[in-house]
Design a protein around this ligand. Sequence first.
Ligand code: GLU
Length: 439
Amino acid sequence: MSKIVTRIAPSPTGKFHIGGLRTALYNYFFARQNEGVFIVRSEDTDKERSKKEFEENMLEALAWLGLEHDAFYRQSDRTDIYIEHINKLILSGHAYEAEESSGDEGGKVIRFKNPNIDVTFHDLILGDITFNTEELGDFVIARNMNSPLYHLTVVIDDGLSEVSHVIRGQDHISNTARQILILEALGFTRPLYAHIPLILSEGGGKMSKRDPSVYPVTEYREMGILPDALINFMAMIGWNPGDEREIFTKEELVQAFSLDKVQKKGSVYNIQKLFWINKEHLKKLSDGELDIYFKKFLPQEISEELYLKIRTLLVERVSYGKEIVDMYQAGEFSYYIENPKITDLSKIIWKQSTLEDAKKHLSHVLELCNKAEDSDFETEESVKNLVWDYAEEVGKGDVLWPLRYTLTGQDKSPNPFFVASVIGKEKTIQRIQSVLESL
Ligand code: GLU
């Protein structure tokens, strides 16, 4: 088998998005699996819209994800090569200079002499496809000698780089026929094509600007998505291994990937799935790695000591780092740091019981706490031992709900044993006393 060469050809007109990433992944997997070559080409022929910073953003995203490439080039550095090929096409009678028909500048453009034939190609995902090229007419391939257009540069670059497989989005499928016409005129070997399905929004429609799909890849990094988790998630939008496996490392995907398991139809992007996959990948980190990961997102108000106490809770609840910041901003950790302000005392009442009941139970728990040792507050388990018998005797909800609300002042919070173990004996007593006083 001849050498496998794949490429991605992003246009640097915006930050690198997940659509581009998914294309990159399939090209990368396929090249690596076959000990081939993976090329990154910056398609910056659109001078107005292309920006260096977007090209850098794309390279940064690929580097972060560990998708190393074997060659990089940008089209704006290759004008001489394109001029040479335009001349070749003109000399061989496949292209000609013509007056611009619609433009107001009235300059000359270069048109391709369309042979008006049916073009058939075999798409590795979609099967045989035939286009009638007649309606394309003699299409423009360059604005002038120095400004070649997309269809021409793609063909020249793919041809000179000996790209064996063009793996790209289905939005490019209708471009393929005219690119084949140009490549045949230039005498390049036809690559194999694989047009991959579009990524759909959760509603099943095309992705819109407001969809998370338009998050730049680098933004997922800021959210605390792990490189392998993002790769895992994106790879499975439009491809599956043919069995039940869902969690893969990058290396495992290089082994498992195959073009014939890529779906024909569009596939849905579901961010909850990403969070689930990220959590699965977090579970694979060592304790030390997880500490480093969490600490990147910990608000400075959470001390080292407090962090160690709530670490198990974070392990349980956090799917991606930025969630810690969100939880903190929603007040979820505030009761570990400062006494809650309880403004609505009626909220401490459990179901059918009364304020009197709450008062009675809290007073009893206070008594138990006063009699307890500091060490009874060391762990969730030890606090539980302290109050459990009483709670079982008179009703769990009747005792534990008022206690929970007293300690946190929140409708939702972890169980009161855990909270009491984090804040310790003294603060637990203080909080109960303060509520009893206001009752
Ligand atoms: N530059 C094109 C794009 O950004 C890709 C062209 C191709 O893959 O053939 O969509």
